[in-house]
Design a protein around this ligand. Structure first.
Ligand code: BES
Ligand code: MN
Ligand code: ZN
Length: 500
């Protein structure tokens, strides 16, 4: 799919489908709709009435023009109330348009953002970026395991963004940025959607290596021997039940004169059976996705390099399976972490925090200014916030605020949860410094508290993305399965640091 900018008038754009973004409250006097209505002898307004198209967010109407204007079909895409239209909504608009074009078998699509939204230069850049990102996301497929005849290939070849006559040709670089971000999110989705048997720790390391080679990143891979030398007792205990060897991945981006040094840690459990605390079938069904955090941080590194952000960034992923077997770690085992703290295991299904703790300790040796971890850590977080919103926990209010602001701008829903000191009691052990699991209530918080014990004084944000890491149905920019959640906010946050 090629995305280009066009200054053509919408009625002259030779597209198979022209998608027009429509605000709900201004639909009745939308000048573009009126122009097309006149050109089609009043049939467009008639269709709007007949189909009860109101311009509500997500509502769509496809209308064949029968040669009256250059575009073969017009798709009206509702964007909701005008005042509520923001950049994430425009990304959804582009993704919906891409889906409509695909189901119509269109090869050429033209996108007309809502009238009057095109403001001054910086806003135009942001608009083109988001539209391009949305187009890429709306065309995402994971169909490599389907027989040829069962695939629904993307028909789109060319998309024009109608940005009005006399547009600044420099906007083309904004299109490229949007495409790059979209591609990174799609890469994360691919990693998540691969079956556990394919996306093993070894395979994750190979992918990380190829990202590093492609984008000129530093890359270090630690196998079991190196991890033992690093005293990663928690990570290795989780790994010991699997015949798949663990891999500890470290990607780095080190520009000249960086503004800050940032550590990103992603949970990389390639399959979480629960271990000896075995999950029931339904709980295990989706557990190939338990490496979504790792997928996000590794994919984000590609964009960081492409944009040459002046921030030093290290991405870590301790990749392993969590399996039950004769060699699996046991309940009651006492493990020694890389940090030296001992941990008594009272549930082998709370494995994510163990792998993250050793990764954080490894990362602290790099002396980062800030730490961010991304993990499908607890079902309790989904109970608390539902399936679409990530839980954010932090030891630093200012950092949490800056992070949530970036998430909002990136269009990823996140909500802060507390880290109540009182609940530390739940992690007290009689035989070790800590247990790995608290009691039933507040499970997302005790997981966060466990991690806090390993970050020390370094400003840190923990993102529990157990809910939003996957989608159970298709919608605008999401397809069923892995979402690539986290990539967009990481990039938005780092851009803000780089340009501060
Ligand atoms: N990977 C799971 C968390 C999870 C659950 C992610 C559902 C996505 C969807 C994690 O390793 C886990 O098993 N957590 C346990 C913790 C409990 C044993 C304290 C959980 O949430 O039940
Ligand atoms: Mn688990
Ligand atoms: Zn897990």
């Amino acid at each position: 799919m090629r995305i280009e900018l066009s200054g053509a008038a919408p009625a002259d754009e030779k597209a198979d489908l022209l998608a027009i973004g429509c605000a709900e409250d201004t639909l009745d006097d939308n000048a573009i709709v009126n122009a097309f209505d006149t050109a089609t002898a009043g049939f467009l307004r008639a269709a709007i009435r007949d189909e009860r198209f109101l311009g509500k967010s997500g509502q769509t109407l496809v209308f064949a023009t029968h040669g009256k204007v250059a575009p073969g079909r017009i798709a009206l895409v509702g964007l909701g109330k005008r005042a509520a239209i923001n950049l994430p909504a425009l990304r959804s608009f582009a993704a919906r348009a891409a889906r409509l074009a695909t189901s119509a078998g269109a090869k050429r699509l033209a996108l007309l953002p809502p009238l009057g939204f095109l403001g001054p230069q910086p806003e135009q850049r942001a608009l083109c970026e988001r539209l391009s990102e949305g187009l890429v996301l709306g065309c995402y497929r994971f169909d490599k395991y389907l027989s040829e005849d069962k695939r629904k290939p993307v028909s789109l070849k060319e998309v024009s963004l109608l940005v009005g006559p006399g547009f600044d040709p420099d906007l083309a670089s904004a299109v490229v940025r949007g495409e790059q971000l979209g591609a990174a999110v799609c890469r994360a989705r691919d990693l998540i959607n691969e079956p556990g048997a394919a996306m093993t720790p070894t395979r994750m390391a190979e992918v990380a290596k190829s990202i590093a080679t492609e984008h000129g990143l530093g890359c270090q891979i630690l196998g079991p021997t190196e991890c033992r030398a690093q005293n990663m007792g928690l990570f290795l205990a989780v790994a010991q039940g699997s015949i798949e060897e663990p891999r500890f991945i470290h990607l780095s981006w080190k520009p000249n004169a960086p503004k800050k040094r940032i550590l990103l840690v992603g949970k990389g459990v390639t399959f979480d059976s629960g271990g000896l605390s075995l999950k029931p079938n339904d709980g295990m069904l989706d557990m190939k996705t338990d490496m979504s955090g790792a997928a996000a941080v590794l994919s984000a590194m590609a964009v960081i390099a492409q944009e040459k952000l002046s921030v030093e960034v290290h991405a870590l992923a301790a990749c392993t399976e969590n399996m039950p077997s004769g060699s699996a770690y046991r309940l009651g085992d006492v493990l020694r972490s890389k940090a030296g703290k001992t941990v008594e295991i009272n549930n082998t299904d709370a494995e994510g925090r163990l792998t993250l703790a050793d990764a954080i300790t490894y990362g602290l040796e790099l002396e980062p200014d800030e730490i961010f971890d991304f993990a499908t850590l607890t079902g309790a977080c989904i109970v608390a916030l539902g399936p679409h919103i990530a839980g954010v926990m932090s030891n630093n209010d200012a950092l949490a605020g800056a992070w949530l602001a970036a998430a909002k701008a990136a269009g990823e829903e996140m909500w802060r949860l507390p880290l109540p000191d009182r609940l530390m009691d739940m992690l007290k052990s009689d035989v070790a410094d800590m247990k790995n699991t608290g009691e039933r209530w507040g499970g997302a918080l005790t997981a966060g508290l466990f991690l806090r014990e390993f970050v020390g004084e370094t400003p840190w944000v923990h993102v529990d993305l157990a809910g939003p890491s996957t989608a159970d149905k298709e919608s605008a920019e999401f397809s069923k399965g892995g979402t690539g959640f986290g990539v967009a906010t990481v990039i938005e946050y780092l851009r803000r640091i780089a340009s501060a």
